[in-house]
Design a protein around this ligand. Structure first.
Ligand code: HEM
Length: 431
């Protein structure tokens, strides 16, 4: 039986919805429910808040297998419910074939071709060269947080709104080569998508439409005057004489924005939140950063990804034939959702999985996925995460939580896990 208060339906075999799985209480701490599922119903069919029925995969070995299983397609045409439910792709309010034909919605051989082309432009070297710019952006945002205090004794801020949110959007805009004067428009469109993610609303559809028109125009303009930016790199990239079409380049920019934005907001938000709730771990990290040691910083970011990562459920997959996974019989056309947050706390793979241990070395977490769709932006995410944490802990050394954990709210939506706000306090620097 489920432990008292466990929000999972008592009989996992019973058909029908398990609404408590996606309730507000569940959002605050989904881990007990996932532990129950891992043990009692590791591949569990449930009805999602949208009404769509899907399988949840919660054990580490099953999750890893599913992420790399070629029988599970990323292409929504394989969903048995032909009349596709709203928001099913995780991208609200937008069905345009143009922007939606991107890496996370396609299979080989198209995926192989597009991924090869983007990898020629979005290289680890390009990301490494971007490090000083990320540092500059990070410092600028912290300056702004400190300066607004006007000599007050205690500084306060919402770390999501003032830091975690703007950093990745400006970073991606810079990387792509969106001119500075247009970046605030991007910030607004992205803000609309993150605030209202999970359901198609008029504002979201409008924002995506504006973004699409803008990207198409920008790509067209860049083609006439190529520069050093990533969009120019995407236009230049060629593989055996093949290039991205303008539509493919626009969809690629969109997926980079879409996949690289809210994830990084949540890495910073969830990461700082976990550190503020684990003072001994935070102190260990702070000391090692002060000593100029970057090794612990690197394992810390990986552990924060495992412990409370930005992507709770991997993006949608659909069975292309009847198959068995973790003992469950999945029918052709059924959607399969891999619960990364559950797999990364599986005691069969991780020692003391519910403990935050920044020194953890044996940590093959699935926070960036696995297989051919493994996160393309992982080097950039690591750079942003490490720079953000190190700089915050150095420049705001007495950063503390300014709210009770019970009062914090988590954003709704199926795929991502992140806080709406993270109120903090700190001592502002004396002028
Ligand atoms: C794919 C996580 C940051 C671009 C993925 C996947 C995960 C993930 C789990 C695989 C999804 C699946 O298989 O269903 C994360 C996390 C991030 C992060 C936790 C931050 C901490 C970024 C950034 C970018 C990015 C910064 C780019 C600017 C992508 C792209 C894909 C992807 C393009 C699709 C790759 C493909 O289908 O071949 N990411 N991501 N991600 N990510 Fe990230």
């Amino acid at each position: 039986d489920p432990p008292t208060g466990c929000p999972v339906a008592p009989s996992p075999a019973a058909a029908g919805p398990t609404p408590a799985l996606f309730s507000w209480e569940f959002a605050a701490d989904p881990y007990p429910a996932y532990a129950w599922l891992r043990e009692h119903a590791p591949v569990h069919r449930t009805r999602l808040p949208s009404g769509v029925e899907a399988w949840l995969v919660t054990r580490y070995p099953d999750a890893r297998q599913a992420l790399a299983d070629a029988r599970l397609s990323k292409n929504p045409v394989h969903h048995s419910e032909a009349a596709h439910q709203k928001g099913k792709t995780g991208i609200p309010g937008e069905r345009s074939a143009n922007l939606m034909t991107h890496l996370l919605n396609i299979d080989p051989p198209d995926h192989t071709r597009l991924r090869r082309l983007v990898s020629k432009a979005f290289t680890p070297r390009r990301v490494a060269a971007f490090a000083p710019r990320i540092q500059e952006l990070t410092d600028r945002l912290i300056d702004a947080m400190r300066e607004k205090q006007h000599g007050a004794e205690r500084g306060s801020a919402d770390l999501i709104h003032e830091f975690a949110f703007p950093l990745p959007i400006y970073a991606i805009c810079d990387l792509l080569g969106v001119p500075p004067e247009d970046q605030d428009d991007f910030r607004d469109w992205a803000g609309m998508m993150i605030r209202h993610g999970g359901g198609p609303r008029g504002g979201v559809a409008r924002s995506v439409k504006k973004m699409r028109a803008y990207l198409a125009e920008l790509i067209h303009r860049k083609r006439g005057a190529l520069g050093d930016d990533l969009i120019s790199g995407l236009i230049r990239a060629s593989d055996h004489g093949e290039h991205l079409t303008e539509n493919e380049a626009a969809a690629m920019c969109f997926v980079l924005l879409f996949a690289g934005f809210e994830t990084t907001v949540n890495l910073i938000g969830n990461g700082i939140y976990a550190l503020l709730r684990h003072p001994a771990q935070r102190e260990l990290l702070q000391k090692s950063i002060a000593a100029g040691d970057t090794e612990l910083l690197a394992t810390a970011v990986e552990e924060l990804l495992r412990y409370d990562g930005p992507v709770e459920l991997a993006t949608w997959r659909y069975a292309t034939r009847d198959l068995t996974l973790g003992g469950a019989r999945i029918a052709e056309g059924d959607p399969v959702l891999v619960v990364l947050a559950a797999a990364d706390r599986d005691p069969a793979r991780f020692d003391e999985p519910d403990v935050l241990d920044l020194t953890r070395r044996d940590n093959p977490h699935l926070g960036y996925g696995h297989g051919i769709h493994y996160c393309l932006g992982a080097p950039l995410a690591r750079l942003e995460g490490q720079t953000a944490l190190a700089t915050l802990l150095t420049r705001l050394p007495d950063l503390r939580l300014a709210a009770e954990p019970d009062d914090l709210r988590w954003r709704g939506g199926l795929i991502m896990r992140g806080l709406r706000t993270l109120p903090v306090e700190f001592t502002p620097e004396r002028p």
